[in-house]
Design a protein around this ligand. Sequence first.
Ligand code: APR
Length: 247
Amino acid sequence: MNSTKIKEAAQLIRKAKYAVAFTGAGISVESGIPPFRGENGLWNVTDPIFLEIEFFNKKPFQSWQKIKEIFYDKLGDAKPNIAHETLAKMEKRSFLETVITQNIDHLHQLAGSKYVYELHGTYKNMVCTECQSEYDLSFANLDYLPPTCFVCKGILKPDIVFFNEPIPHFAKKRSFKEAEKADVFIIIGTNAEVLPAARIPEVAKENGAKIIEINIQPSHYTNTITDIFLEMKATEAMREIGKLLYL
Ligand code: APR
């Protein structure tokens, strides 16, 4: 059953004029990064208040302690898996134009993808809350929290989108444009319960794209906009698609 659908998906991708991928936490689960929701979800064990921008502004030390524990102590060791790698190879071989991701883990870039729009920012950058200077993570000292700016000693904030913070303008604008242009749109491992990101696949569908979805279980897209649903792990599905594309 799945093998027929995988062949259909690969065929769609092969023939696509403008294929775009849209990824969420599920693509990185097999790299050892927990998702946000569901049984092993981060929000089951961590209060999301630590990632509200108001809380960060009022109590940066407490917020940073949690952020370091849930992101920085883990993400540094994570490696891209075959799903990230296959997307990167697809881009290289012109089967894929761009990746739009809700992930902050930088694994698409580590796998070699060049055109990545990070809707929720990246843990790899820091920005000063006072003078807006930007730093690579390697310049921030996380042994003393909260880390501070070299220029003005202001508190550094990770360049990720906190709750109640707007999405980075450029990534948002480009992502919606990519969705409009796509004729094949591949959704991988997301519940997409957070707006405006959740709207992006719908915009692709409204503009005529065929929707391929990969997830270990149905999402709210599955019975609404998805054309081909591959109910399997991201690594398994992308490994098979990669073989059929001779990557
Ligand atoms: N392969 C494919 N899909 C998987 C896998 C896997 N190995 N493991 C889990 N999934 C699926 C789950 O079934 C679920 O649909 O990945 C999805 C993960 O969903 P969430 O944890 O809700 O993550 P995501 O959709 O990326 O969350 C969106 O919510 O809290 C915010 O800012 C946060 O960017 C995040 C946003």
